[in-house]
Design a protein. Structure first.
Length: 109
């Protein structure tokens, strides 16, 4: 069993950050999740999870350049840390192990 716990939304956010690399910022992450999973995401819930994942050491962030389009406001870009990649890989292996443990009779049609 893993010593690292990821909630479902934390896992989805980390996977989405990986998908969008190197362009993972708030609005892009929300758009990707909503498009791929048909799931509504509020900016507040996303920001809470991004900060928590950063505090755990799974993500890091850096500001991009200020743009005129955004009124001089800079985007904060997120990336997986090496630690975060390892945690995601561990979670993936756990999920695969669970799926592989289901008897065929349960999953056959």
């Amino acid at each position: 069993m893993s010593k690292h716990h990821l909630g479902e939304f934390e896992e989805i956010v980390m996977l989405t950050v990986a998908i969008l690399h190197p362009d993972a910022y708030g609005v892009a992450i929300i758009d990707e999740i909503e498009t791929r999973l048909n799931r509504k995401v509020s900016i507040g819930s996303l920001q809470t999870v991004l900060r928590r994942l950063e505090k755990k050491g799974y993500l890091s962030s850096a500001f991009g350049e200020a743009t005129r389009i955004r009124g001089g406001k800079r985007k904060r870009f997120f990336t997986l840390t090496t630690f975060g990649k390892n945690v995601l890989e561990e979670v993936k292996e756990q999920r695969i192990g669970l799926w592989n443990a289901i008897p065929e009779i349960v999953t056959s049609k």
